[in-house]
Write a protein that binds this ligand. Sequence first.
Ligand code: SF4
Length: 213
Amino acid sequence: MGIEETARALAEIGFGEVYLRRRVSVDKRKLLEEHFNSFKDCTKCPLHKHRTQVVFGDGNPNSPVVFVGEAPGEDEDRQGRPFVGRAGKYLNRKIEEVLGLKREEVYITNVCKCRPPGNRKPTPAEINACFPYLKRELEIIKPKVICCLGATAAEGILGKKLSVTKVRGKTFSYPYDSSIKVLLTYHPAYILRNPTADRDFTEDMERLRKMIR
Ligand code: SF4
């Protein structure tokens, strides 16, 4: 049993709850910081040529859910944080209204950590080049659920092409850790362009709320 499982098991029987939870939290933050520092100057794929900065994941490393998007857009590239533009505001609202959580209480990241020029979709080669960084991020956080926002995130996480309109709301197992569930839904930017899809997205968030209880 690893330190996280031991901490959780002891906390469940009321033993040293505060102390152990704080240690787990500190360790994960430290590990993430070390991880991000290891690739902040990455030039593994052509996206490095156009970025202002590498955009790391953001939020609570003890979150039961990790939201994974496609890649940083213009606002994210400038501010160095994922999902800070209009799509991010929509996502924050749903996290609050449906999950009953604040943005800082969950963890949000992207499949590609650098902004593709003109906000184009990252290529499969760029997704593959960047995936080991996301894989390590998820290994450190070990959430209950990975919520893929859009087809690119789903392709990166599951390693296969999927039509989100056909499989949204469905759950899969994460290929690198079957104890982690993967839920697929639309990218918030898609909802902004197609407001009628808001109902489906809300339904998926309700499903997610039950999964992370
Ligand atoms: S997108 Fe990922 S692999 Fe490509 S340069 Fe940025 S950090 Fe490196």
